[in-house]
Write a protein that binds this ligand. Sequence first.
Ligand code: BES
Ligand code: MN
Ligand code: ZN
Length: 495
Amino acid sequence: MKIIVKKKSEISKSDLVVYCMRQTDEPQKGFDIPPDLLGFLTKALASGDFVAKEGETLLCYPQTTGKKNMTDRFMMVGLGKDQLSREIFRKCGGTIACAAQKTKATTIVVVLPEELDFPIKKMSQSLAEGLILGNYKFLHYKSSKKDDEPPRAIIEAIFCCTKLKETKSGVEIGLRGANAACRARDMANEPANQWTPGHFATFAQALAKDHGLKCTVLGKAELTKLKMGGILGVAQGTAEPPKMVVLEYHSNKKVPSLLLVGKGLTFDSGGISIKPSLGMHEMKYDMCGGAAVLSCMEAVALERPQGLNIIAIVPATDNMPGPGALKPGDIVRQYNGKTVEIISTDAEGRLLLADALAYGIKKFKPDMVVDLATLTGAVIVGLGHHISGMMSNDDALTAKLDAAGRESGEPVWRLPLNKDYSKQIESKVADLKNVGDQGAGTITAGAFLQEFVGETAWVHLDIAGTAWNFTEKSYVPKGPSGIGVRLLLELIRSW
Ligand code: BES
Ligand code: MN
Ligand code: ZN
């Protein structure tokens, strides 16, 4: 979708004109709509059929008495009466996209409610995010049949406003984040027989080439030379070659550096500790952390933030029960030398993340680290599908992520880490074991990762509950949500 910003006088006919309305007893101050529409709306309000509740829409086809260049389809969108926030405008954008898709409109005009007491730049950013994210569809594998109507989506949206400059810059910022999140959704939607570790590598290499970033791909030979026994162990059971993808953005300034690590498990069958077949197909989404991290780097490459240098690492492989597969009871040696007893081959994510974290910290000496991973089913038990689990060794970095989560609409909630949990992953025969006993599955996974970050400030985000099946919202369709992309971007932008 294209989003264009124009003044009212520059806009000619479109398929649909959208107005955003607060739910108030008094008529909205400065609400300027055509007289034909006002009659229609007044009736709808009087009948009580439409009250401008959040998420409510009203399509209008008022008599436009044959005037030339008049749009004859209008929509009112409710903004509700809660305090205005970025999330309300984001959801409003999503509502517009969903409602417009049910009509034949493909070009729409959104009249920005500039009269409301809310910063225009943030309003236009959030509306743009909601529109793009709500308009998202994944259709790569749908062949169009002859009599089928093509699936409708908005092709062009015009933001009608008076403050062109602020609106344009808001839209630009919104587009970068939302497009990157859609990219992450695309990667996740691709099936595992299409999106392999090699595809992460190709994506990162293309990004590096187009935007002057540095990309290094470690293949099986390099991983072996570097003694990364975690990722290699997991990859033993699959014919698909593993990759560790490293992408570096340098602002060319002496600024703090941030390391991002994303779990890129392109398919998690569980390995020898095989998963039940019900729902196993969803484990093609086990690469959502990696997708978020690399998609975020696309936005970073375009935006070139000056406050941080950013390195992204995605360890990527399938987890399959092939003939060479890791077995329960096996012991592997991670990159930092620590040995791990494999209790379940299904607790594979932490093994690749451990190598990536230890390697990234040793090589790049970052000031802080954030990792994202669909790591445990237990986080769904604890937090459901609304909030990502957060574990950390650093209060300041935690506070920053918490704030970024609120602003971006991708909230996080901190869980504890302490020595008692670390004790749960002590092994009798090795330094650690990969499954902790006696509950707290999400936290013991976090405690495992903590063994590989040393003193570096680090946050671990368990996105198993939010990477797909995320809270139902107008701008989050079923399937992968693209979670993490806008959260990380908010963290980077607010640095
Ligand atoms: N990728 C899964 C976690 C997962 C489960 C994500 C459900 C999304 C939905 C991870 O690799 C896994 O299998 N974890 C195990 C760990 C257990 C064996 C300690 C789990 O959560 O069951
Ligand atoms: Mn697993
Ligand atoms: Zn997994």
